[in-house]
Design a protein around this ligand. Sequence first.
Ligand code: SF4
Length: 420
Amino acid sequence: MTHDPTGSTSTDRRSFLQAGAVAAAAVSVGHAAEAQEPDRGKPEAADKALGIPRRPLGKTGIDVTMLNAGTGRGAGIQRILRYAYSQGIRCFDTSQRYQSEGDFKQWFQAEPAVRKEVFVVTKDLPRTPAEIMPMLDQRLAAMGTDYVDLFFVHSFGDNHSLDDAIAYVKSKEFKEAVAAVKKAGKSKLVGISTHHRNRAQILQAAAEGGIVDAIMVQYSPWLDKDAPLNKALDACHKAGIGLISMKQLAGHFLGTGQKRNMLDEVKEKVPMLAEKNLTPFQALLHAIWTDERIASSCVSMTNTDQIRINSDAARRFAPLKAADLKSLRDADLAHGPMLCADCDGRCSHAAGTTAALGDLTRFLTYHEHHGLRSHARECYDALPAEARDWQGADLEAARAACPSKLDFARLLPEVDRRLS
Ligand code: SF4
């Protein structure tokens, strides 16, 4: 238990969150897409690296910047990478799927010295441990580097039964594959990334297995202290596994159908925002970093304004008091989060439907908040028909059952309108 300047303890901060409320995630610092972009990175801006706090990545012996630049598809990734670097971000995230590895290659070729200064994470989908090494070789070739700092088995659990995923992460074969990768110097660390609905069980297995170095996990700062995921995070933290949060901002404060400007309303309800001169999204990041188990937050940033605002949040981070966390949580939930953040499917069960309500809202968030429109439609199309058909479902019962209180009656017609 650590003490902060507020006088509360970190355990207190986690424990107060009893509401069982789990927020949705997404970055809408992204609303600033139309805002004036700041100057491109100037040489002196690199000094700001010193201003972005770092945290130990579990017991790996490596400190990472608390803000991790998630990269995605699209134009202008080169500019995003360089601007993030100029703002002091030294942790970068990509994957085989994101199609941004080629941008890293160009960056490293143009500025070879950068490679050693950044902590680079990539991912792929090895169905078996034996596939890890050849897939990692492909990723290294795509990025034009002979090593990465961290390799994740991507979307862990999505391509296996839960039993198989649990067996995988504890298996002798996985342990040997990880050792071989490290011995070859191709990745310093190996772990898993997961947004699986049963990720609490997967994390518990990883903590018991003692093989993975780090886990990137879909996270919410509003976890109930008794929630299985909260307990699994404790187990991983105790086991020395470095924890990176993801999908933590998207889907908040979107305000569809609101009469007033939602962000102004939130500012009225959460006085701390004005006192600290924080945007609601910056405050959400502060809420996440108040959880000292989280070493770094991977935030998908698609324009320089998002990078500037999120970097500023990191530089000015101070742990939030319990009362401020609570008012921020209440304002967040009152404003109808969009993304299913702690999915165990209880909404569908309560609604008496085979529709995958959590998945549908997640894909809507990809579309609306991340700007991943074709990816969102691909995900939607990949669902079986019965998982898309929510007609006849008791949407009020679903909302009541959902810890994030997703407003399905508002969101699902939007899903049909935008994705079908
Ligand atoms: S109840 Fe449904 S939408 Fe809400 S968090 Fe769980 S699975 Fe996601």
